[in-house]
Design a protein around this ligand. Structure first.
Ligand code: C5P
Length: 223
C-alpha cells in the first residue's frame, strides 16, 4: 500500500496548545489526528470507573483486554466501549490520575502498539510526550512546543472555565507544575533524537501562528 503522507510527531508540555495545534494541522493537511494523551486518559477513566488501581497489574491487563478505546479522528471524539467519553476524560481528577496509569509498562506497551498502527501508512499528526522518541522515532517531522508557565496556566484555566469546570487559576498552575515535574522525571525510553526536534516557543504566538508554522514546516518536508 502506498504511503498517504508524512508522520508528524508533536510533543509539548501542558498548556502549549499541543492538542489543538495537532488537530488543526491534521485538518489543514487532510491527515488523521492521533491524540495519544486521550488514550491514556481513556484507560485512566475506565480503570477509575471499575475501581482498578494502577498497582493491580492483573486487573489492569484484564481491563485492557475487555475494553475498546476508539479515537474518532474526524469528529475529535473519544469512545470507550462505544460510549462518548470526550468530556469525561478532561476532568481535572482524571488529568491528575493519568500519570500513575501511564507509568505502568503494560499500559504503555498496549497503547504504543495501537498508536504505531496509525502511523503505518503515514498521513498522521501524532501528539504526546513520547510520540517522537518512542512511538514514531522515524517521523519525518518532530516538533516540541514550549511556553512560559504563567501563560500555560492562563490558557488552561480559560479553557476549563469555558467548559464550566470550577477551578482556580492557582490550582491550575499548581497542577501544571506537578505534571511538569512528573513528566521531567518520567523515562519514556527510546532515543530523544534531540537534534531532529524543532522547538517552538508558543508563549507569544497565537494558535493560528502555531498552526501556520507547523503546516509550513510540513510542506517543506513534502506534505
Ligand atoms: O496530553 P495529555 O495531557 O492529554 O496526556 C494526559 C497524560 O497521559 C499525561 O499527563 C501523561 O501522564 C500521559 N501521557 C503519556 N504519554 C503520552 C501521552 C500522554 O504518558 N504519549
Amino acid at each position: 500500500m502506498k504511503r498517504r503522507g508524512l508522520v508528524i510527531a508533536i510533543d509539548g508540555t501542558v498548556g502549549t496548545g499541543k492538542t489543538t495545534t495537532a488537530r488543526r494541522v491534521a485538518e489543514r493537511l487532510g491527515y488523521r489526528h492521533l491524540d495519544t494523551g486521550a488514550m491514556y486518559r481513556a484507560v485512566t477513566l475506565a480503570a477509575t470507573r471499575r475501581g482498578v488501581a494502577p498497582e493491580d497489574a492483573a486487573a489492569l491487563e484484564a481491563l485492557l483486554a475487555t475494553s475498546t478505546i476508539d479515537l474518532d479522528s474526524g469528529r475529535g471524539r473519544v469512545l470507550l466501549d462505544g460510549q462518548d467519553i470526550s468530556e469525561a476524560i478532561r476532568q481535572p481528577e482524571i488529568t491528575r490520575r493519568a500519570g500513575a496509569y501511564a507509568d505502568v509498562p503494560l499500559v504503555r506497551h498496549f497503547l504504543v502498539a495501537q498508536q504505531q498502527q496509525w502511523g503505518q501508512w503515514g498521513g498522521v499528526v501524532a501528539e504526546g510526550r513520547d510520540t517522537a522518541a518512542v512511538v514514531f522515532p522515524d517521523a519525518e517531522l518532530k516538533i516540541a512546543l514550549v511556553a512560559d508557565l504563567d501563560e500555560r496556566a492562563d490558557r488552561r484555566h480559560r479553557e476549563l472555565t469555558a467548559k464550566g469546570v470550577g477551578i482556580t487559576l492557582e490550582q491550575v498552575r499548581s497542577d501544571i507544575q506537578t505534571r511538569d515535574r512528573e513528566d521531567a522525571e518520567r523515562d519514556y525510553g527510546g532515543t530523544s533524537a534531540a537534534a531532529e526536534i524543532v522547538e517552538i516557543d508558543t508563549t507569544r504566538m497565537t494558535l493560528e501562528d502555531q498552526v501556520d508554522y507547523v503546516v509550513a514546516l510540513a510542506c517543506q518536508r513534502g506534505a
